[in-house]
Ligand binder design. Structure first.
Ligand code: PMP
Length: 338
């Protein structure tokens, strides 16, 4: 019989799919690593499973133990799935900025979700960071994963995403493009690919309002760069421990509007119904098109599925309220760049 023993065995080995219409202005082939084929609908399943496996191996997570993490989204989904299969409890702390449906999804998987106030400093005892570390101290046999600095995050991509791309392109990949949040996806994948071929170009895509791009270019952690943005899942206001900037060749920032508009185009032009950051990743590539040549083989990683964004990017009124959709012409506001 050709069966899987449990849902976790379906993580990874996602398809690489050629983009056909949306990249017609680019000189080369572009393929999408469509990560919503993972069972939790995002690339974060890979690192969630790896973090659990490493914690088990290192004795930090023991049978019947409790997984603690600050998350509302994709990492929580992956951890909750691993916890169900492997018999752990999960407690997630999140902020009241997150939509109720995200909290409900995690609760559906049996996780306990504690909603904390958004507008408090990280050091405040009510913040979601503080609550997670307090619970970690109070609950015996619990482990706070901390996806930002936990190097099992990038290791997951070094061990799986990188080798998959190398095999799927027969070693022909010349460029890898991915959005950068914790840095696990872009760093781990890049570490593997650069070992295979140091000439492969790795482009990290960031969002306006994040300090990562300036940090990459100058080494300066400049809080003046930081302002609120509405794109989700990437960009940071600090530099997580998962980054190894030496394997990244370029950082590019995209706007909230351009990412949203390209996400909608991905659905309409390629039938790829993806999350907000997938549009941002592709928009970043569009902005860098002058660096591409005819024979390049580009892979852009699309992080998650569009279902979590139906009330946002895929809602015309939400888009119009932010100036991303023109209610007179009934069209998305066209990209200013790229
Ligand atoms: N996009 C989305 C939707 C995400 O959830 C994440 C994870 N935070 C990213 C992009 C960035 O991935 P990474 O944290 O590995 O840099």
């Amino acid at each position: 019989m050709n069966v899987k023993n449990n849902i976790l065995e379906t993580i990874g080995n996602t398809p690489l799919i050629r983009l056909n219409k949306i990249v017609k202005d680019l000189p080369c082939e572009v393929y999408a690593k469509v990560e919503y084929f993972n069972p939790g609908n995002s690339t974060k399943d890979r690192m969630a499973l790896k973090m659990v496996e490493v914690a088990e191996k290192e004795g930090k997570l023991k049978p019947g133990g409790t997984i603690i993490e600050c998350t509302s989204g994709n990492t929580g989904m992956g951890l909750a799935m691993a916890a169900v299969v492997k018999g752990y409890k999960c407690i997630f702390t999140t902020t009241d900025k997150q939509s109720q449906s995200k909290v409900d999804i995690l609760r559906a998987l049996g996780a306990e979700v504690i909603v904390c106030p958004t507008n408090v400093e990280p050091e405040d005892p009510r913040s979601y960071y503080s609550v997670a570390s307090r619970l970690n101290k109070e609950i015996p046999n619990s482990f706070h994963f901390n996806q930002y600095d936990n190097l099992a995050n990038r290791l997951a991509h070094y061990e799986t995403t990188g080798p998959e791309l190398w095999e799927q392109t027969d070693g022909k990949i010349t460029h890898f493009v991915a959005t950068a949040g914790t840095g696990g996806t872009v760093t781990g994948t890049a570490q593997f690919l650069k070992e295979k071929n140091p000439n492969i170009q790795v482009w990290a895509i960031d969002v306006e309002g994040s300090l990562l791009t300036k940090y990459f270019r100058t080494g300066e952690v400049d809080m003046n760069e930081v302002h609120p943005y509405i794109s989700e899942g990437f960009g940071e206001d600090f530099v997580p421990g998962n980054y190894d900037m030496s394997v990244i060749d370029y950082f590019e920032q995209v706007s909230d509007k351009d990412g949203a508009v390209v996400a909608r185009r991905l659905a309409r032009e390629e039938a790829l119904f993806c999350g907000y950051s997938s549009g941002s990743a592709l928009q970043g590539l569009f902005q860098l098109k002058d660096k591409l040549k005819k024979n390049d083989v580009v892979v852009v990683l699309l992080c998650d599925h569009g279902s979590r964004y139906v009330a946002k990017v895929y809602n015309d009124q939400w888009m119009a309220e932010r100036g991303f959709f023109d209610v007179k012409t009934f069209k998305d506001v066209v990209n200013a760049r790229g």
